[in-house]
Structures are given as C-alpha cells and as structure tokens.
Ligand binder design. Structure first.
Ligand code: FAD
Length: 395
C-alpha cells in the first residue's frame, strides 16, 4: 500500500512535534503525518532520569502536549509504526507496514543509547533512553541494593544522583577525571564529583569498563581494565547516544554521525532533519556539529518548519544544556573547552551558587550557572565577546 501526504515527519518526539506545531502556527493547512516507532503519545525525555526514575512523577506527566492540543493540530498520527527505509530522490519512506510518499520529509528520529562493544543481554543490565527504559530501571532499583552506573557524562551523573536519592548504593565508573568533565571543564567537574561523593555516591574516575560479571544470565558486577570487578545488583550503561540513522542506509543522503544538513536543516531537496539526529554543517567554516539537548530539538523543529514555509534564515544557535542533580541546577550556554580560563561573574562557588564565564584566547566561549538560573541567562550575551570585567554584574 502507498499513501501520499504533504509533510511526513519521522519521529514523534520533541523535534518532530515542534516541527508540526510550528507548521500549524505558521498557517500550514495541508496534510501532516507524524510517524513514531514508540506507542506512547509524544513525551519529554529530561524528566525520565529525574522525576520519573525517582517516582516523583507518574509517566503520564511527561506528555509533551495534552491530547486535546494534539487533536487541535489535525495531524495524521501513526504511532507504533517504524520507518525502515527512505528513497531520498522520490521522497518515499517505507515503514514496517506501508510506503508513504511526501512533498517534504522531516527526519526527527533522535538517537539510540550507545552500547559497549560485545555488550551482552543480561537481566539487571540496562540502557536508558525511553519511558520503557525508565520503568524497567525503576522496577529493578526498588528491589536492588547496589547500582553501578557505567558512564560519567550528564546522563550517568543524573542517574547516579536519582538512584542515590532512592536509597540505592551507587558507584559511577567512567574514563574521565570528574563527572561531566567534557561538558563542564575540569574545575566544575571536580566540584560536581565532590558534591556526589558528599551525598554518598562512590565515583571511580579514570576507569575503563571492559565487561560484566554474571551468574545465571544475571549481571553481578562490572569489570574494569585494571582487572577488578565492582559488584552490582543492577547496572545501567550510560555512555552516550548514536544518531538513529540505521534506516537511512542506501537512502542517498549524506550520513556521517548524523544526517548532514545545511544551516537551514536541509539534507536534500524536500528533506530536512532536526534534533539529536541532525548534523549541521556551517557553510562558512566547514565545521559541523550535532547537538543532543532539548532546546536544540525544539529550535531545529521550528527552523525546519520556517524553511518549509519559506520564511527561514540560516542560524547558528548557541548550544544550551541543563541538568539537575541533588537539587543543584546546572546550566551551560556555549561550550567549556578543557583549557578554558574560568572567571566567577556572580555568586560564590563556596556558597553553592555562582555564575562563571569561560574564555579561551580572551574570548568568552561559555557561561555556566550553578544554582543561579536567572542570573546565568542574563550573562549568555557575553558569549563570543572579549573577556569580561569580572567585577561587572557581580551580586
Ligand atoms: C534520560 C534523558 C535525560 C535527558 N535530560 C536532558 C536535560 O536535562 N537537558 C537537556 O537539554 N537535554 C536532555 N536530554 C536530551 C533531550 O531529551 C534530547 O536532546 C531530545 O529528546 C531530542 O529530541 P529528538 O526529538 O531529536 O529525539 P528523541 O527524543 O530521541 O525522539 C526521536 C523519536 O523518534 C522515534 N524513532 C526513532 N527511529 C524511528 C524510526 N525508524 N521510525 C519511526 N520513529 C523512530 C523514537 O522512537 C523517538 O520517539 C535527555 C535525554 C535523555 C534520554
């Protein structure tokens, strides 16, 4: 069976829904099909590792929009249907049940959890990306004494904080010197690690995981490159995500750790990509980036809609990431290179509230807020400018 639609959005989550909403807001009154592999109505992922895992929220609270609002968008929604192939030249998407042709195809398939090489299937060994993953891990943690988190990035740190708050004995194992070091730089990563340790999390830095201990197909520990085993009742692997582009092989699109697009999110004639799956190439510098954060998913969805509506301008948005751990709200606008110099602009790190700027070669590359969200936003305009006077704006 082949059906035709005006816009086909593949991926019914943050970026896909943002595209559909922005199209309707912009007056687009033709057919929009929103196709999603999961059975759930579009939901938000940031609360999964925080409120849903802890049990503070029921899974329903993660819904991105109410059923009434989604009805008002008049979309043709196909949930539980997976795209398995794309022919870019004819803009035909083959799903697991039919072929869909479209004037515009929007790829918003996000990312899958990265796995360790030869990662086995064992009871008690988890990945973490979806509502189903959150429910499964929560179920196991309610029974478990000891959790080992493999991965010291933002997701690993959040899972550790939430599980520790649930009364679980938590160890984080990862290759970096401190938690979230690649996002926060060494100084703030050390602060975050100390904060976790003070709350009772064990952190094993500079540690490569090479495998798992098991008994009767159930995980019992994590083996490190140094030869020792960290015992565990439950293990979660949080070592990043890979863009969900497997279904695009042979499509004719340029795929290179994401769907390669221009600054209007165009991947080919009539084909766009948005969100975690999109790799944007800056035509002037030749540099490319792929961002895995919630704000980017919405902004790119809106940018795609604008381009379909014919009102877009190329954009180079500033990356923005936030995280909540043990009651600390961390926000990073821009980026914090390893060798960046840090200047405190507001508050005081020893008081647990501050805003800092990070600069390299005298130019501000990032602004970090630690429990000062409003003040942190006020300083983001400094990114790209010369190193600020550190007294200016101090509280
Ligand atoms: C646990 C967790 C916590 C996070 N916390 C934060 C945070 O605190 N702050 C922050 O900025 N960001 C956070 N993020 C990142 C943020 O959630 C993502 O950047 C955002 O969800 C990306 O949206 P997306 O629509 O591009 O992709 P996704 O949300 O991954 O959605 C893609 C959708 O496409 C579907 N799909 C995939 N393949 C196919 C196919 N072949 N056919 C049909 N459908 C398909 C998937 O099932 C999925 O529903 C977090 C992510 C996770 C997983």
């Amino acid at each position: 069976m082949t059906v035709h639609t005006d816009v086909l959005i593949v991926g019914a989550s943050a970026a896909g829904l943002a595209t559909a909403e922005a199209l309707r807001r912009g007056g687009f009154d033709k057919r929009i099909m929103l196709l999603g592999a999961e059975l759930h109505a579009p939901y938000d992922r940031p609360p999964l590792s925080k409120q849903v895992l802890s049990g503070a929220w029921s899974p329903d609270r993660t819904q991105l929009r109410s059923a009434e609002f989604i009805d008002s968008l008049a979309l043709d929604i196909a949930l539980g249907e997976t795209a398995v192939a794309l022919d870019a030249a004819s803009r035909t998407v083959q799903t697991d049940r039919r072929a869909v042709t479209a004037d515009h195809v929007v790829i918003a398939t996000g990312a899958h959890p990265r796995r360790l090489p030869q990662q086995p299937e064992l009871a008690g060994l988890h990945s973490f990306r979806s509502l189903a993953d959150a429910s499964a891990l929560r179920g196991d943690l309610l029974e478990a004494g000891r959790l080992v988190v493999v991965g010291d990035g933002v997701l690993g740190a959040e899972l550790a904080a939430t599980a520790c708050g649930m009364g679980v004995d938590v160890t984080v194992v990862g290759p970096q010197a401190g938690l979230m070091e690649s996002q926060l730089g060494p100084v703030v990563a050390r602060m975050l690690t100390e904060h976790h340790v003070a709350q009772g999390v064990r952190v094993r830095p500079d540690t490569q995981v090479v495998g798992f201990a098991e008994a009767g197909r159930r995980v019992t520990g994590v083996r490190s490159a140094t030869g020792d085993t960290v015992p565990a009742d439950v293990v979660v692997v949080a070592i990043g995500a890979v863009p969900a582009t497997d279904w695009l092989s042979g499509s004719g699109l340029h795929v290179d750790d994401g769907v390669v697009c221009d600054q209007r999110c165009r991947a080919a004639d009539g084909i766009h990509a948005a969100g975690d799956v999109a790799r944007i190439r800056d035509a002037t510098t030749g540099m490319s980036y792929r961002r895995e954060n919630r704000t980017n998913a919405t902004e790119q969805g809106i940018a795609v809609a604008a381009d379909i509506l014919g009102v877009s301008t190329p954009a180079t948005p500033i990356p923005y990431v936030w995280s909540d751990q043990f009651g600390v709200k961390i926000q990073v606008d821009g980026s914090i290179p390893r060798d960046a110099e840090m200047s405190v602009l507001d508050g005081d790190p020893s008081a647990g509230r501050f805003v800092a700027s990070f600069q390299r070669d005298g130019v501000v590359t990032g602004i970090l807020g630690w429990n000062m969200p409003k003040q942190s936003r006020r300083h983001r305009g400094r990114i790209g400018s010369a190193m600020p006077d550190v007294d200016e704006g101090a509280a």
